[in-house]
Design a binder for this molecule. Sequence first.
Ligand code: NAD
Ligand code: TYD
Length: 352
Amino acid sequence: MILVTGGAGFIGANFVLDWLRTSDEPVVNLDALTYAGNLENLASLKGDSRHVFVQGDICDRKLVDRLFAEHLPRAIVHFAAESHVDRSIHGPGDFVRTNVNGTFTLLEAARGHWMTLEGEAKAGFRFHHVSTDEVYGSLGPNDPAFTETKTYEPNSPYSASKAASDHLVRAWHHTYGLPVTTSNCSNNYGPYHFPEKLIPLMIANALAGKPLPVYGDGMQIRDWLFVTDHCSAIRAILAQGTPGEVYNVGGWNEKPNIEIVNTLCALLDELKPDPAGSYRRLITYVTDRPGHDRRYAIDARKIERELGWRPAETFDTGIRKTVEWYLANQDWVAHVQSGAYRDWVETNYAAR
Ligand code: NAD
Ligand code: TYD
């Protein structure tokens, strides 16, 4: 079986669902169920004995050791993290704790387990670390896209904590020989995306008739990847990736934020027209994010060349599926918009 951390969050849950759709290999899913973790994402696995959910903290060494000893996973796929840049600006401490100390704890527990293995089990063991393109810093308009050898220049507490975790993973391979792989992926979107991030926040606000808050001039550029394509990239790396290697994963979809918001408005105008007029009327420019990175872009040629992976979705197909999913799952959105979510909206947007 495999051990997944953070499998109740956005990408982790999509990964677990996809994994069990495409294989019968069981998953132990360790997740602390922070504000971002949601067992409703995994509701379709209720009663499925291939999925073992454990609520717990990746910083809890005893618990992680116990999971390795009890389940003898052949691989760990590490998603668990604090993942939202704006939250990292308001409260960086949790980011250092989970992203840095948590990754350290997992590496040490994995190393302890791996050292007890022999032969094929030892050679085949994998620690896959899920990271982000944000560790590479911000690009100018004409700079080449990030390759795997780009210098690390993290600018936010979030990206700095992920960069630190990437360095630990690299060192555990270099020093101890732990068979690690790392993927640095661009912005994901799709089902189960928590509505604090750009795309689900804009859909939820539009449907509620609330302002669509565009930071600064809205011309910041991100590369967007449909979440199931990220899942298939990780599966490819687990199956055929080389220990010690880093793979950049992206969708070849660089877009300015304002274009994303306009596209969402156009799709909603088509699929759920508002008698009050186009959703575009709700677009509101607000104070920019401090230290806002201007542009990220991923050069995903290495993973294509070496592992034969390319995204299956175009931005047009992926964004349509996403809007359709949110329209069909408005209960899910309503449930996550709990008291804690409302506090966050107040903290981040009230003074902008
Ligand atoms: P998310 O915030 O939606 O989910 C994170 C999950 O981790 C939640 O289920 C949460 O409960 C869990 N978690 C947090 N702290 C924990 C702890 N101490 N112990 C155990 N579980 C804990 O995040 P996501 O968007 O699904 O991102 C998953 C991973 O992918 C992260 O490592 C992130 O850095 C990386 N990533 C995300 C994106 C993106 O666009 N969302 C892009 C590239 C890389
Ligand atoms: P986000 O989804 O938070 O991802 P990240 O910061 O990790 O790229 O934000 C994506 C882009 O959208 C980023 O440039 C910030 C911008 N943004 C807004 O303009 N308004 C918002 O309300 C949010 C949440 C993000």
